[in-house]
Ligand binder design. Structure first.
Ligand code: CO
Length: 224
């Protein structure tokens, strides 16, 4: 398929949408009010909106290789903050998928390039669960690591101040961990939904401190 085919497809799609609903684009262009943020893998076989049957305007989407949530990733953190604090989404869904190439690469010894640094996050998940994973066949080991990676990212979102401040404000926010099957098109809920900070170890608890009630930390100038 040539690039011109894609432009032609676009014209046909836009015409079709207007035929079915003349105000469709006019209405959508005014505002978006999605209730869900989807954090998924960039894999072309996991199209976020189609998988959950949502129309444009109904799902805010962030995708990266192997659906990793890292606190120093300005891209993912900006999406999360905007989704929670401005759009006020009620649900964040981390959706991984079985047979993920990123997860598989993180289990291998071959360099893949820049993504190796990114995938170190998944090597850490492997390391933390090494004993249990070692008991599985290679096929099951990849798929279990795909699940454990999703679960880790759910907790990583709960560890952010964006999530914790939302809970402090009484804003309803649930963080879900799902995994998608490339072979059957079905999503499985991994049952790790976070609705408060109660499952988080205390070391990750963050409470908002305004400028005037910050703890009084003595200032010690650095000398060289
Ligand atoms: Co993937």
């Amino acid at each position: 398929m040539s690039i011109q085919n894609l432009i032609d497809n676009n014209i046909a799609w836009a015409n079709n949408m207007v035929e079915e609903d003349p105000d469709y684009f006019k209405r959508l262009s005014q505002q978006q009010k999605p209730e869900y943020l989807w954090i998924g893998c960039s894999d072309s076989r996991v199209p976020a909106n189609q998988v959950v049957g949502l129309a444009p305007g109904e799902l805010f989407v962030h995708r990266n290789i192997a659906n990793v949530v890292v606190h120093t990733d300005f891209n993912c953190m900006s999406v999360l903050q905007f989704a929670v604090e401005v759009l006020k989404v009620k649900h964040v869904i981390v959706c991984g998928h079985y047979g993920c190439g990123g997860v598989r690469a993180a289990m291998g010894e071959n360099e893949v390039g820049l993504a190796d640094a990114w995938l170190t996050n998944i090597r850490d998940v492997y390391f933390n669960n090494e004993q249990k994973l070692a008991e599985l066949s290679e096929h099951d080991r990849v798929n279990r690591l795909c699940e454990l990676n999703v679960i880790t990212q759910v907790y990583n979102i709960a560890k952010t101040k964006v999530a914790q401040h939302a809970w402090d404000r009484g804003q309803p926010l649930s963080i879900h961990g799902w995994i998608y099957g490339l072979e059957d098109g079905l999503v499985k809920d991994l049952g790790v939904t976070q609705r408060s900070r109660q499952d988080l170890n205390k070391i990750y608890h963050l409470f908002a401190t305004s400028a005037d009630n910050r703890p009084d930390i003595p200032f010690s100038p650095v000398t060289y």
